[in-house]
Design a protein around this ligand. Structure first.
Ligand SMILES: [Zn+2]
Length: 128
């Protein structure tokens, strides 16, 4: 079996805390779950939660979750601890032109270490 690692990718993300923080996060949408009941993941009442449509169906958004926009425009939530372990801010010079810079051999970048900056090995996979 061959071994692989993820290619460096740059994603966009917004940390969601309340309604209005992200245009794709709507109100919590589970008619079978009372808004007064407590979420086992974050300990907050469900009426403080959001909901995001995903490719599979939809997913609850806890306050503090990051909403990631993936490389194909897909959006999914990510727990803050996983986000912190997986992603880091992209330096300004990479964010301005990520494709051109990512395509260059590292030695052409005047010693700047872009691999460390944009690598997201083990990126979070949305739950199925
Ligand atoms: Zn929650």
């Amino acid at each position: 079996m061959s071994r692989f690692r993820k290619k460096p990718v740059i994603i966009e993300a917004v940390q969601w805390r309340e309604h209005g923080d992200h245009p794709d996060v709507g109100y919590f949408r589970r008619p079978d779950v009372s808004g007064e009941s407590i979420c086992s993941e974050c300990g907050c009442r469900f009426h403080t939660h959001g909901w995001i449509d995903t490719l599979e169906d939809g997913h609850r958004v806890c306050p503090g979750d990051w909403i990631i926009t993936g490389i194909k425009g897909e959006k999914y939530p990510c727990k803050p601890d996983i986000f912190e372990a997986t992603y880091e801010p992209v330096p300004e010079y990479v964010a301005k032109d990520p494709v051109a810079i990512a395509g260059q051999p590292q030695e052409d970048l005047g010693g700047r270490r872009i691999v460390d900056s944009v690598t997201t090995y083990g990126a979070y996979e949305p739950p199925i």
